[in-house]
Design a protein around this ligand. Structure first.
Ligand SMILES: C[S@@+](CC[C@H](N)C(=O)[O-])C[C@H]1O[C@@H](n2cnc3c(N)ncnc32)[C@H](O)[C@@H]1O
Length: 284
């Protein structure tokens, strides 16, 4: 089953490069690297922070990779990879190979061209596919991660059932996700918090609780090793990033101002309509 076409259009519009809250276009990124004198071939954390508006920080991403015990010789599958910001960090820090899947054509094009700019093109490949209808050929993997994407999948069991048979025995699965809050999902938050409603797309949210995610993985035969609520840490991190942008607001560019607006809008939704979590599981 493919994702419902209306949902697919909404998600594509929301995450297209250059959209209000999507990642910058490749052209804009090349300008940012020059402006901030960032070497795109390096593993500098600011690269990730300018390439992605992910709420989980660069440090939290590294903690996920460490918890998954990713090694150089591993082949890693990433579902909902976006513009490749996450896999570029992974390849540079761990030296493994990554296959990233995303259904947004413009994000896949951007991921392929940025891989060349970052000098990692031999270690990554990107497939334009719906995670609910995976076609992975003969590929086999030692690790699978899903970073801030499962909250948009209508049928998480279907997507994972396509991926799990491709994992070797003992393979580790790592998830960072936007979870449902104590009062409901972001769609409810969008109705109650007008500033949030003006920035975030509606009807693209299928958040689970940490317990639901863990239950799903167990039903699919995985051994769940870790479940961790990261809301406190993400909330503190976004407040810090917001304070920094506000402190330099006189010189902040358009994109930084937009990021500040989105953080200001989303912070009141934390806990009530949005939590964050990490799950680590293993294929038996
Ligand atoms: C919030 S972005 C996260 C991107 C990336 N993982 C990161 O953390 O920077 C969510 C991504 O999931 C992708 N996505 C959502 N549903 C999908 C599906 N059914 N199949 C493939 N990709 C999907 C979107 O296109 C988008 O790139």
């Amino acid at each position: 089953m493919f994702t419902d076409p209306v949902l697919k259009r909404r998600l594509t519009r929301f995450f297209d490069p250059g959209s209000l809250l999507g990642p910058p276009t490749t052209r804009d990124l090349l300008g940012l690297y020059r402006e901030y004198r960032l070497d795109p071939r390096s593993a500098h954390p600011r690269l990730y922070e300018s390439e992605s508006l992910a709420h989980l920080s660069h440090a939290q991403l590294l903690a996920l990779f460490q918890a998954m015990r990713i090694r150089r010789e591993h082949r890693v599958l990433s579902l909902g990879e976006g513009n490749g910001a996450v896999s570029r960090v992974l390849v540079k820090t761990m030296g493994c190979r990554v296959t990233g899947v995303d259904f947004n054509r413009r994000l896949v094009v951007s991921a392929r061209s940025l891989a060349k700019v970052h000098g990692v093109e031999r270690r990554v490949e990107y497939l334009q596919q719906d995670v609910q209808a995976l076609r992975l050929g003969k590929r086999r993997f030692n690790r699978l991660y899903c970073h801030e994407t499962m909250c948009h999948w209508q049928d998480k069991a279907l997507a994972l059932s396509g991926a799990l048979p491709r994992l070797e025995r003992g393979a580790v699965v790592g998830i960072h996700d936007w979870l449902r809050g104590d009062k409901g999902s972001l769609d409810e938050g969008l109705r109650r918090l007008p500033a949030l409603g003006r920035m975030y797309a509606k009807r693209i949210w299928f958040q689970s609780t940490l317990a639901e995610l863990a239950g799903l993985l167990r039903r699919l035969g995985l051994e769940v090793l870790v479940t961790e609520d990261l809301t406190d840490a993400v909330d503190a991190g976004l407040r810090k990033r917001l304070a920094f942008i506000e402190a330099v607001s006189h010189s902040a560019g358009d994109r930084a101002r937009r990021a500040a607006r989105s953080f200001r809008a989303v912070l009141p939704a934390h806990y009530a309509y949005l939590r964050y979590g990490r799950v680590i599981a293993r294929r038996r």
